[in-house]
Structures are given as C-alpha cells and as structure tokens.
Design a protein around this ligand. Structure first.
Ligand SMILES: Nc1ncnc2c1ncn2[C@@H]1O[C@H](COP(=O)(O)OP(=O)(O)OP(=O)(O)O)[C@@H](O)[C@H]1O
Ligand SMILES: [Mg+2]
Length: 285
C-alpha cells in the first residue's frame, strides 16, 4: 500500500542570513528533512538556541528559507497563509476585546465572521473550557485562561497546520499539566477529526511525549534532525500514562539525546545526522 501523502513536507531546509559588519553567513537550520502525515501531532525538542523558533517561523511563512523546500498540502510555503496558525509563549490578546471578540479576530480579519463563524467561535469557547466566560476581558483572566483563548483563536480559522512555540512555558507547573491534558483532549476532539497537523516546540520532554505522535530531536545549531521517535501510546492520552514504565523510558531516552546535543559543543564534535535506520532504531516499543 502506498504511504499516505504527507501533509507537511520538509526537504533539506536551510535557513541562513548574512550578519555582522563583515557580513558572515550564519546558519540557523542546516539540512532539515522530515514529513508529517495528516492527523500527526509532532513535538520538536532540541538544545536552546538550536534554531527551533527560527524553523517554526519559516514554516509560518514569516521568514524565507535559504535552501531546500517546505510544502504544505503540496503547495510551496512562500509567505504567511490562512492554512497556518501560530501560538506563542505569551498569549498576546487584545486587551480591549473580550474572550469571544479575541477568538473571533482571525475570522473577522478574513471576512469570515458569518453565522457559521460565530457558531464555530461559540463551540470553541466551550471546547477550551471557557464556557460562561465569553464576555471577560484579558485583565480578568489567569495565565492558563489566556492561553486557552490563544488556542481557541488559533483554531477558529480552521488552519491545516497549527504551530505552537512553547505555549505553556510561562505557566506554573500545575496549570501547565492541566493545559497539556486540555490540549490533548482538544486535539482529539477537533484536530484529529479534521485531518489537521500540529507542530509543538517544547523544552519539556515529558510534555513532548505526552502530547505527540512523534518527537523530533534536533541537533545543536545549526539544526538538523538527530532522531525521529514514534510515540505509540494509545489515545486518548491520560495523566496516568505519565507514570508508566514505557513513558518514563521514552522520556529518559529523549532527554539523553537532547543532553548529548547540548554537550557536543564542549567536545567540539558535530551532531550525528539521522539515518533512515534511526527511525526504526529509536522508535518506541
Ligand atoms: N533567518 C535567520 N538566519 C540565520 N540565523 C537566524 C535567523 N533567524 C534567527 N537566527 C539565529 O538562529 C539562532 C537560533 O535561534 P532560535 O530562536 O531559533 O533558537 P531556539 O531553538 O528557538 O532557542 P530556544 O530554545 O532558546 O527558544 C539564533 O542565534 C538566532 O539569532
Ligand atoms: Mg525558541
């Protein structure tokens, strides 16, 4: 049987620019290749400064790539588009708009705030657990509630690909756990049903394993792929899974991979590149 057509296709992507007075060429991403299938939730981990945000920003179409190809649904990404939404660490809500108005914003900007759009917003308010809070203003919301609004706003436009850059990093540990459970529930209810794709950057390896179908480990910068790990835990995911030996073993293995990359600089060794064997070699199970 032919493999399913990838939703997102990343081939030999290089992101670089000239910097400094001498105009030296700096690379943030160097030869990154992988495919993402419809319905796949991908987590991306890697050492700080390796190029994760830069890569995500390029997938969003906000900066150009200097080599390789990026394709979403067989179309080359060459700028921002309605088929993608971004969620950052800070919720960046409009303080003068209430919850519903913040979630409506993208639809309104696209001229799609019709009856169906309003119904979708009402559905999302419930889905992200903000029922009854639609008329609250950002100043009245906690950090976790603000991030729920942010998520709902990103989902409202029905993007094919949702890009999340450490969306829970600013939350306290307890709220973060709750938001992880909420996101996996929302993804199951909303994303999977519609054949969507998500890419989630995090420094928290258990968070990556809990949320994702695959965890991509990037090398120290400039980033390339060092491991592509399939997380074969069943869905729906439950907090109890975090205590299973399979979960803990997988988290440990990924932490070791990231740590090895973080320490490579000290040993002056290049990051080892992923081979197709690595996909099987590090697969869960
Ligand atoms: N267009 C570009 N070309 C080359 N380098 C860039 C470009 N944009 C940013 N950089 C550099 O890429 C490096 C990686 O930054 P980036 O923010 O992507 O890392 P990160 O993996 O997200 O780090 P963190 O985990 O700390 O958030 C930085 O040194 C940054 O200055
Ligand atoms: Mg970053």
């Amino acid at each position: 049987m032919a493999p399913p057509r990838p939703k997102l296709r990343v081939r030999d992507v290089e992101i670089g620019h000239r910097s400094g007075r001498k105009g030296t060429y700096a690379l943030a991403v160097d030869g990154l290749s992988f495919d993402v299938a419809p319905n796949e939730f991908i987590a991306v981990v890697g050492p700080s400064g390796c190029g994760k945000t830069t890569f995500l920003t390029a997938v969003a179409g906000l900066i150009p790539i200097s080599g390789g190809t990026l394709e979403l649904d067989d179309h080359r990404i060459d700028g921002p588009g309605r088929d993608r939404s971004l969620v950052f660490q800070q919720a960046s809500l409009f303080p003068w708009r209430n919850v519903v108005q913040n979630i409506e914003f993208g639809l309104k900007a696209h001229g799609r705030l019709d009856a169906a759009g309003r119904a979708r917003v009402a559905e999302l308010v419930e889905l992200v657990g903000l029922g009854g809070k639609g008329d609250k203003y950002p100043r009245e919301l906690s950090g976790g509630m603000s991030q729920r609004v942010n998520l709902a706003r990103a989902l409202a436009t029905d993007p094919e690909l949702i890009l999340l850059d450490e969306p829970f990093a600013a939350l306290d540990a307890q709220t973060r756990e709750v938001m992880q459970e909420e996101l996996t529930r929302i993804w199951q209810a909303d994303g999977v049903k519609a054949g969507k794709t998500a890419m989630f950057i995090t420094h928290d390896v258990p968070e990556a394993v809990f949320l994702a179908d695959r965890v991509l480990v990037l090398s120290r910068g400039p980033a390339h792929l060092v491991a592509d790990i399939h997380v074969d835990l069943p869905r729906p995911r439950t907090p109890a899974m975090k205590r299973t030996p399979e979960f803990l073993a997988m988290s440990d293995r990924i932490v070791d991979l990231v740590m090895a990359q973080s320490q490579i600089g000290k040993q002056a060794q290049p990051g080892r590149r992923v081979t197709s064997d690595d996909h099987a070699g590090v697969a869960a199970g």
